[in-house]
Design a protein around this ligand. Structure first.
Ligand SMILES: [Fe+2]
Length: 202
């Protein structure tokens, strides 16, 4: 069993609460879909915890912004990215500093896991944003009604299951296209052979 977390955005209180819940459930393997940085007050503490506790962490647009440059950010988000960069640069322990920058620099944009979930063979893709543009593209629930062409193009790039974050709106997109909130699904989505899904973990 594994847990997927995403969009921590330097929020240490939220991250420690979620990690404690994961530990309470006895789950040892954690994957992170990125955006460790941005917005809140504890970029370093959050990054260190992610490095320590997760098996893999994908590159999010806010991580990219702190490492390279902000792309289509509003003023607040851009300031937060530059501030996170400054805080990371202020580290006087070179070993710690190198470890963090190297980790950010080696984050993947996409990662695939072939596995079995409850005896169902599953191909799991992990990205921060969307299967088409893994760092920056927003996939909103409304897209299933307003831009079905976009949804078709996204599902063409999905082999089976694709986990995303980025919008902070949890739920499951199916190929119809359709979108189901966690409430509508009773908090569960069974992995079905040959049924494609884009699952936003929130
Ligand atoms: Fe994001």
């Amino acid at each position: 069993m594994f847990a997927i977390i995403s969009d921590i955005h330097s929020n240490l209180e939220a991250l420690t609460t979620v990690l404690a819940d994961i530990e309470k459930r006895g789950i040892k393997t954690i994957y992170c879909l990125g955006d460790v940085l941005g917005y809140a007050a504890n970029p370093i503490e959050c990054l260190d915890l992610v490095i320590d506790k997760t098996e893999i962490c994908l590159m999010g647009n806010h991580d990219y912004a702190a490492l390279y440059e902000p792309t289509n950010f509003n003023q607040g988000a851009e300031s937060a990215a530059y501030w996170a960069r400054k805080v990371l640069e202020q580290e006087t322990d070179h070993e710690k500093s190198d470890k963090r920058w190297r980790y950010l620099g080696q984050q993947k944009m996409r990662w695939t896991l072939e596995t079995k979930l409850k005896n169902v063979k599953a191909t799991l893709d992990f990205v921060h944003a969307s299967p088409r543009r893994p760092i920056n593209e927003y996939v909103f629930p409304d897209d299933v009604y307003t831009t079905t062409g976009k949804m078709n193009a996204l599902f063409e790039r999905v082999k089976h299951i694709c986990f995303v974050g980025h919008t902070h709106l949890p739920g499951v997109f199916l190929e119809d296209p359709d979108f189901y909130t966690p409430d509508e699904l009773g908090g569960k989505y069974p992995i079905i052979p040959d049924e494609k899904a884009i699952i936003n973990v929130g």
